[in-house]
Write a protein that binds this ligand. Structure first.
Ligand SMILES: Cc1ncc(COP(=O)(O)O)c(C=O)c1O
Length: 396
């Protein structure tokens, strides 16, 4: 069968290849410490599960409106508006099967072939895949390591912005675990307004934080009319496999996204939406979840900081760490971080992604980084696994 030529442009999440390698190693009878995938090994809160079961028993098993059921759109407008200090109504909300579809629908709705799209690198790999697939001009912007984590290279962003039309911004960032200072976010908004950029604000981790408060760039003056927010239940309520999220957009854009819903999936599963209403009505189940993730973060940061030649900041949000391993890689005599990751799996069972799973390294990049997710591994296993890693590096 002859495949469509455009498939050559479609990327993927190369991190899944790391899962495959880890699964094969485990199948050989070896112990694996899984730090590679951003899934959560904690159960969805019981009230949400119960609400889904009740909705099925109640016959909510048929088609429903493409943009989402009214009670969920109302609840989302209320919750997202309150959390971000924005005036929203149901007409701004288009329910989606997860957060990820918002990326493709943003691009399909707002990008013409040839348009320049700025996106983070290192960043979530689906941005580049979708930009390329729909014929956009991929324009990665980089981050710089700071004393407290990572910050956007604003100088580079300013240089690139005049030839871009869209900007993808992921504050509370995967894979870096970092967030913008208020000054950085204000400058990004200023650049977006000056160059008339349409913005996707990927807020998948907005509520995943251990201290402080999140801010949405959409809430800054002049931004609401040019921004689409990606919102998801996946992380906040440990609902990654349920597939529930939404796009938050100006009404005219929301209507177009709803039309794409009609074409793509007709609607998001009705009983899953009913469960979403309950999640927002009583979100208390998210509290112990976050507390457990914080314990894991503390254990993982402490474990990494104890490894010779590894430095790691303490992010206040997401469940990702992006330690600098340049010295450790050198100490062990590896030529690159991929060799380091492969050997780490085989020598210690610790499985993680590297910087290269989140976009191509920029030509002047000299430091080496890995990414660890602590959402799918217990505190005991974090301590044991990183202890193994420390022993291996120290023995070199
Ligand atoms: C930055 C970012 N955006 C979007 C998503 C997609 O989220 P969902 O599982 O709700 O589709 C993820 C998932 O890991 C993510 O890390």
């Amino acid at each position: 069968m002859q495949l469509a030529g455009r498939l050559d442009q479609l990327g993927t999440e190369t991190a899944f290849a790391v899962s495959q390698a880890a699964a094969e190693w485990a199948a050989g009878g070896h112990r694996v410490y899984p730090f590679h995938l951003g899934d959560i090994n904690l159960p969805t809160p019981a009230n949400i599960v119960d609400a889904m079961n009740a909705a099925i028993a109640d016959g909510k098993t048929g088609y429903c409106p493409a943009a989402g059921i009214a009670p969920l759109r109302d609840a989302l407008a209320d919750d997202i508006g309150r959390g971000r200090g924005m005036e929203l109504s149901a007409s701004n909300i288009v329910v989606q099967p997860g957060g990820k579809p918002v990326i493709t629908k943003f691009i399909q709705t707002l990008m013409n072939p040839g348009d320049g799209v700025l996106y983070p690198n290192p960043g979530y790999p689906i941005y580049e895949s979708q930009i390329d697939y729909y014929g956009g001009r991929a324009m990665p912007y980089r981050y710089r390591e700071t004393d407290t984590g990572f910050g956007i290279d604003l100088e580079q962003l300013r240089e690139l912005a005049p030839s871009a039309r869209l900007l993808i911004y992921n504050n509370l960032q995967n894979p870096l675990g970092c967030e913008s200072t208020p000054e950085e976010m204000a400058e990004i908004a200023r650049i977006a307004i000056e160059h008339d950029l349409t913005v996707l604000s990927d807020e998948a981790y907005f509520e995943m934080r251990y201290s402080g408060e999140s801010t949405s760039i959409a809430s800054l003056p002049g931004m609401a009319d040019r921004t689409v927010i990606l919102y998801t239940f996946s992380k906040k309520f440990a609902m990654t496999g349920w597939r529930l999220g939404c796009a938050v957009a100006p009404v005219d854009v929301a209507q177009q996204i709803a039309k794409l819903n009609t074409n793509d999936e007709s609607c998001t599963t009705h009983f899953v939406q009913a469960a979403g209403v309950e999640a927002l009505r009583d979100p208390s189940g998210a509290v112990p979840l976050l507390a457990e993730l914080e314990r894991r973060r503390n254990a993982a940061v402490a474990g990494l900081q104890a490894i010779p030649g590894v430095s790691c900041a303490t992010p206040e949000s997401t469940f990702y760490l992006f330690p600098n391993v340049t010295e450790a890689v050198g100490r062990l005599g590896f030529r690159n971080v991929t060799e380091f990751a492969t050997a780490a799996l085989h020598e210690t069972g610790v499985s993680f992604c590297t910087r290269h799973h989140f976009g191509s390294a920029q030509p002047d990049e000299t430091e080496r980084y890995i990414r660890l997710a602590y959402s799918g591994i217990s505190v005991d296993d974090i301590e044991e696994g990183l202890g193994e890693l420390a022993g291996w590096v120290a023995s070199a």
